[in-house]
Design a protein around this ligand. Sequence first.
Ligand SMILES: [Mg+2]
Length: 278
Amino acid sequence: MTSRFTRMFPHAVTAAAAAVVVLILLVPGAIADGTSVPAPPAQPTSADQIQNVDQVKTAIKAYYRDTVTQTLDPINGTVLLHTYSPSGAYANEMAGIEADAAKDLDKEATHDKKFSGTPAVLFDIDDTTLNTYSYEIYSNFVFNPTTNAAFVNAGVFPAVFGMPDLVQQAQAEGYTLFYLTGRPISQFAPTKGNLVAVGYPDVPDSQVYLKDLTAPWLSSCATSTPVCTTTQYKSLTRQHIESLGYDIVANFGDQFSDLNGGFADRTFKIPNPMYFLP
Ligand SMILES: [Mg+2]
């Protein structure tokens, strides 16, 4: 039975149906396939092609369910830090990803999968294992290496929701744990200290990689222009780890540049609507 509207405007219904299809194709997040909302064009010709930045910031705060802590900032000690809520959409989305990953790692560990080396899992740090929402709010989403270093050196970042449990499970199932971050090697001690303080297993220093362009496995990009893209730095380091006899079974990162470039059997994209690192 057709409605009065359909009979009066048959083409409108077809057009509306087509619009829904187009909308789903244009907003892949709506069909939960793991890809992002399309980026705006590099050279916009109209303001309508760009999300309003204030509305984006408001949406990000709602996604994390912004919560004010009683911890003062590590720079002037005058501003209360913000954090995510364990009842927000971010925490909920993380829980789903972690449940999938836990099942996957468990299956591979317990079903005699033939690994090409000692099974290992690799985790990025910022917004994969440590959540930097507090810094993004403090800095109003503008990265500054000096203020960021103050946060890093103070070790103020909470764990990404649920991630310590997943990392502990992976370790208990026999996977060797690796951390790989673009943070500079000068931040090694506070970075490792922050990880352990929020519940991650303490691993040997040799399993924690921070960016050191003098590392021999980075020689192919360390003197090129630009110096080692994130994808080069990370994939060359994973290649080095696998050359030591490991099979990186799963690679977890919040940036596609953490995940591209191979040397991992599978990848897990952690949500991060706050910044983009090419
Ligand atoms: Mg990251």
